[in-house]
Ligand binder design. Structure first.
Ligand code: NAP
Length: 266
């Protein structure tokens, strides 16, 4: 499969590395364009792919054209690529907030898949939520599914609104998790644990608990009750979190991210 990446930043590279590693494409069949010459040099040296400063040139060759630029650069890229793509090329956009009708109008192109990936994709542990227009063929859906599957789990949805919702949950989610880990490590150090030990305890607790939810098939609330003995230490900590409005704050944070994702779409 020939793949063109428009934008070779953090997520573009994660996707590029995944498709090469899984053998979905070869370095000879991949081209990348970016405005940042240092990025291009890095990608050329590390992966042996063709690089160019011209988005048009890169896009010419792809069966799949991945849009991996930031939302604020979309208008200029659409001006450049508008009307240039062949109808059989699949555009795979990972741009947060960019709606399919905006992409379709700006690119004068109908064959589009819109995706929300997340950064654990860099180690093959991501989750991507995606949807596609009616023009996307079965074969192209298969391509999209295998490219996204190379980065972790992939979930197809019929309703584009789920993409903005996923942006607030799984797209931004790793940052919420990192903040929780950071804060717990700081708390552990504050009560006297050495930092490296604190980090190991917190991380393994988070990973173990995540796997526990997944493997046990039980509801998180039931697992939480299981470790909350009446009058015990966990009950004390949970009471404190609820007094501070922890759950409500998380709900409001996700709603704020969702509102922002919708506003990015104009
Ligand atoms: N990172 C995440 O967690 C994440 C998760 C899900 C989705 N996404 C989405 O993925 C997209 C890419 O994110 P990212 O984190 O990979 O961003 P990034 O690291 O900033 O990568 C974007 C790349 O595109 C380049 N670029 C800017 N203008 C360009 C243009 N006109 N033509 C070609 N290349 C251009 C940038 O160069 P300069 O840096 O020089 O501008 C940069 O190298 C975003 O739309 C984001 O919403 C990101």
């Amino acid at each position: 499969m020939k793949i063109a990446f428009i934008g070779g930043g953090v997520m573009g590279e994660a996707m590029l590395a995944a498709v090469l590693e899984k053998g979905l494409s070869t370095p000879q069949a991949v081209s990348v364009s970016d405005v940042d010459e240092a990025r291009l040099k890095h990608l050329e040296q590390k992966y042996g792919v063709a690089v160019t400063g011209s988005n048009r040139q890169a896009a010419e060759t792809g069966d799949v054209v991945v849009l991996a630029i930031k939302p604020q650069n979309l208008a200029e890229v659409m001006t450049e690529l508008g009307g240039q793509l062949k109808s059989a090329q699949l555009v795979l956009s990972i741009i947060a907030g960019a709606r399919i009708d905006t992409l379709s109008l700006g690119l004068k192109h109908g064959c589009i898949a819109r995706v929300m990936p997340n950064t654990p994709a860099r180690i093959g542990e991501g989750v991507s939520v995606w949807t596609a227009t009616a023009e996307v063929s079965e074969q192209q859906r298969g391509w999209a599914s295998s490219i996204l599957g190379a980065m972790g789990r992939e979930l197809y949805v019929d309703d584009e609104r789920y993409i903005d919702m996923a942006t607030a949950v799984s797209g931004s989610g790793p940052a919420y998790f990192f903040l929780v880990v950071e804060s717990l490590v700081d708390a552990a150090v504050k009560i006297g644990l050495p930092r490296d030990m604190a980090q190991e305890l917190v991380l393994q607790t988070m990973l173990g608990s995540g796997h526990f939810i997944q493997k046990s098939g039980e509801e998180p609330a039931d697992l939480r009750r299981m470790v909350t003995s009446p009058g015990g230490t966990t009950a004390q900590a949970l009471l404190h979190l609820e007094k501070g409005g922890f759950s409500q704050l998380l709900i409001e944070a996700v709603e704020a991210a969702y509102d922002k994702a919708k506003r990015l779409g104009g």
